[in-house]
Design a protein around this ligand. Structure first.
Ligand SMILES: [Zn+2]
Ligand SMILES: [Zn+2]
Length: 361
């Protein structure tokens, strides 16, 4: 196989804008799957990475909710073949205790494989002349016409499914839905409060409805998102923390705002659980330990929903086919060239889940 020319949106340094460039992509090496991308969702973590708040290798190609068609595979890859339609998710080592427990979000190599974008010996890269570009973020770097993904983070899907609508399953949607269905294991009739009605929060809401939760309260600042939350099955939705009255079996914080967490603990019922799903700033926040101990409350951190993409994404696709995961209500499509506008729409809260669509020549 020979190298190919690809188009990619490169971020030169922390806070830099996207610059569209033609780059050179090596042939796929061991455990590499070259995917011709059709779409990629925009996730909050992309913004955190572009801002330089995570240790990523600039210049870099971001994008970690890719969807497309397998174009070529490297030596030894037998999980997919050229022509297969695939969704891309996060990357893991497949060998540590967490990976063996089907909890790859807690892989001991999560940071190097997803944020540092490290490649393994013999694997191909993406180049600007002789300068290597960070091209393996979340094991994909999907703001491009082509990406290298891997056996563990490529999920094959049926060819009749819409790649643009389903692209966000690989991060934002599985994070919200997995938190409710797999980490919290919400039971029929239980109460749940969801703080923040972005893509993760609304996915948690749809999953709470699937789980048969009773009282479902959603808190957000944006009136449009609250209206969507009601449409998707929230029993109460408000922009005021006073909406968070009574006690809850489960609370999911997607906001990443530490100031809300003390209140969240106070609103947990006996043996209730607070799930921390947001991107929190570094630093301390205080919680009264006796408020946790005396009522048997729990606080749990959640990465990517606490799920294994290879089994959970097909389950979510089943819900989508049944009409129980109406993702089309969350997404807005943008041309790949309008990536900057898509980012701005996500940042301002105007769009819940922008998805960029790559030109197909
Ligand atoms: Zn691992
Ligand atoms: Zn993400």
């Amino acid at each position: 196989m020979v190298s190919i020319a690809i188009e990619a949106a490169v971020v030169e340094g922390a806070g830099s804008p996207f610059r569209f460039e033609t780059l050179t992509m090596d042939p796929p090496g061991p455990d590499q799957i070259r995917v011709r991308l059709h779409a990629c969702g925009i996730c909050h973590t992309d913004m955190v990475m572009r801002d330089g708040a995570l240790p990523i290798p600039f210049p870099v190609i971001l994008g970690h909710e890719g969807a497309g068609v397998v174009d070529a595979v490297g030596p030894g890859v037998d999980s997919v073949a050229p022509g297969d339609h695939v969704l891309l998710s996060f990357h893991s080592c497949g060998a540590c205790g967490a990976c063996h427990d089907h909890q790859p979000g807690y892989c001991v190599e999560f940071v190097p494989r997803n944020f540092l974008g490290l490649t393994q010996a013999g694997q191909g890269g993406i180049w600007r002349g002789d300068q290597r570009i960070g091209g393996n973020i979340f094991g994909q770097s999907a703001f491009a016409t082509h990406a290298f993904a891997h056996s563990d983070n490529v999920v094959r899907i049926e060819r009749d499914l819409p790649l643009d609508i389903l692209a966000p399953l690989g991060c934002g949607v599985q994070t919200g839905a997995g938190t409710v269905l797999e980490t919290l294991k919400v039971m029929p009739g239980q109460s749940i409060a969801i703080l923040g009605a972005g893509a993760v929060g609304l996915s948690a809401l749809m999953a709470a409805v699937i789980a048969g939760a009773g009282r479902i309260v959603v808190i957000d600042r944006h009136a449009s998102r609250l209206a969507l939350a009601r449409e998707l099955g929230a029993t109460e939705a408000g922009d005021d923390l006073a909406t968070l009255n009574g006690l809850f079996d489960h609370i999911v914080d997607t906001t990443g705002v530490p100031a809300l967490l003390g209140l969240a603990v106070d609103r947990l019922a006996q043996r209730g659980t607070l799930a921390l799903v947001g991107a929190y700033p570094p630093g301390d926040f205080s919680i009264d330990p006796s408020a946790i101990m005396s009522m048997g409350r729990r606080i749990v951190g959640v990465v990517e929903g606490g799920i294994a993409p290879q089994s959970f994404i097909p389950r979510l696709i089943g819900y989508y086919r049944e009409g129980r995961l109406p993702l089309e209500k969350l997404i807005q499509r943008y041309e790949f060239a309008d990536l900057e506008a898509a980012f701005a729409a996500s940042d301002s809260g105007a769009v819940v889940k922008p998805v960029v669509v790559m030109p197909q020549s």
